[in-house]
Design a protein around this ligand. Structure first.
Ligand code: FEO
Length: 375
């Protein structure tokens, strides 16, 4: 991916990572991108964010398509997770005097990951940096996605550099803006990303949206995926629903694994039962799908049912993995049910029920039956 001029003084200089298939436990079938931006402010240049370490050479080439690296006078580091800070040591080594604008949490992380010698300049909520004709406003957003995270708003251009917020995990080569991706695909990828990355931090998203509502925003430049220009309102609206765990009473997700086919039959019976009530049911065999690929589907589902045969007095590993992943993301306000078939033990249903109950969900009576042979 080369540098792309977005506006007269704004450039995209990030990189694509088309081959990454698992992003910290999250399956990314279309790869991802690490977006970073360069702003020409008067005669100076401001770099916003960095990229994954392995992409450093390409990143520097992109920057230098616009300007020699040494013309950068400021670095804004919105977040220090390695996908956004991996190239920072190499960049900072060439720009040792250039201040790195970041939160106190980011400074701590940079020191812990990369050692001393970084010229961090700590910012707090509402602090600004004026360079040339531009003012950059800093909006710390702890836990969206890490404690150190912040967003940067460019006044005048009305651009929100949102880092992890509002992103999508896709390699955006060939698709720069939301319209290039298409509305349906955009919203599907936003949901998938929100469910896998942002879902546990709904309370913090509420605060962020409140601040965003006060800003005129013409473009959102997240650090992953396409840039939002045409579909800002629906993405913000979707975030406002998702962060409250607003669910659709008509949507049911059933995830299961089955040893001899009997739990699978229970899943199919459940699906038929709820479809007969007019509900939209999605059925996932956990043998065939990665847990993270289901999360976007259950983001708006009110009913989440989990089925597990008993294996060695416990859960089948696929179900255990699904429950572990689900618990980490902590969806709220759901109605759950555990179900499963067994040959002689049957412990899996009680284990599953306990795990779902720990999420604070309303639970329907569990269903458990002995193996009855495959029809
Ligand atoms: Fe894209 Fe929290 O890193």
């Amino acid at each position: 991916m080369s540098a792309i001029q977005l506006r007269e003084n704004i450039y995209s200089v990030g990189v694509c990572d088309p081959d990454v298939r698992i992003f910290h436990g999250y399956q990314t079938p279309s790869g991802t991108s690490y977006n970073a931006f360069l702003v020409k402010a008067g005669e100076d240049y401001v770099l916003i964010d960095n990229v994954k370490e392995k992409c450093t050479d390409e990143f520097i080439r992109n920057i230098e398509e616009v300007v020699p690296l040494e013309r950068i006078r400021y670095i804004i580091q919105n977040h220090i997770e390695p996908d956004h800070s991996g190239s920072l040591p190499a960049i900072a080594a060439r720009l040792p005097e250039v201040p790195i604008y970041c939160t106190a949490g980011a400074q701590k992380g940079i020191k812990a990951y990369y050692g001393d010698g970084f010229a961090c300049h700590i910012v707090k909520n509402g602090d600004t940096l004026t360079v040339g004709q531009y003012t950059f406003r800093f909006i710390p957003a702890p836990m969206v996605h890490w404690p150190d995270s912040m967003l940067t708003y460019l006044e005048g251009e009305n651009i929100l550099f949102s880092n992890d917020a509002f992103g999508q995990h896709i390699c955006r080569a060939g698709s720069i803006y939301d319209v290039d991706l298409g509305y349906e695909t955009l919203m599907e990828r936003e949901a998938d990303y929100y469910a896998n990355i942002v879902l546990p931090y709904g309370t913090q998203v509420v605060g962020l949206l409140k601040q965003a509502a006060e800003l005129p925003i013409d473009m959102i430049c997240p650090a992953h995926g396409v840039l939002l220009r045409e579909h800002i309102a629906p993405v913000l609206e979707a975030y406002s629903r998702w962060c409250k765990n607003d669910c659709d009473e008509n949507k049911v997700v059933i995830a299961f694994d089955s040893m001899w086919g009997s739990t699978e039959e229970m899943a199919e019976q459940l699906a038929a039962e709820y479809e007969a009530q007019g509900k939209q049911v999605e059925l996932y065999h956990l043998r065939d799908i990665h847990p993270s690929a289901i999360m976007g589907k259950l983001l708006e589902a009110k009913y989440i049912f989990v089925g597990a045969s008993t294996l060695n007095r416990g859960l089948m590993p696929t179900v255990a993995a699904f429950l572990t992943y689900l618990k980490g993301l902590y969806p709220k306000n759901r109605v759950g049910m555990a179900f499963g078939s067994y040959g002689w033990g049957g412990e899996s249903v009680a284990i599953t029920e306990k795990e779902l109950t720990a999420l604070g969900w309303e639970m329907l009576p569990s269903r458990k039956q002995v193996y009855r042979g495959k029809a």
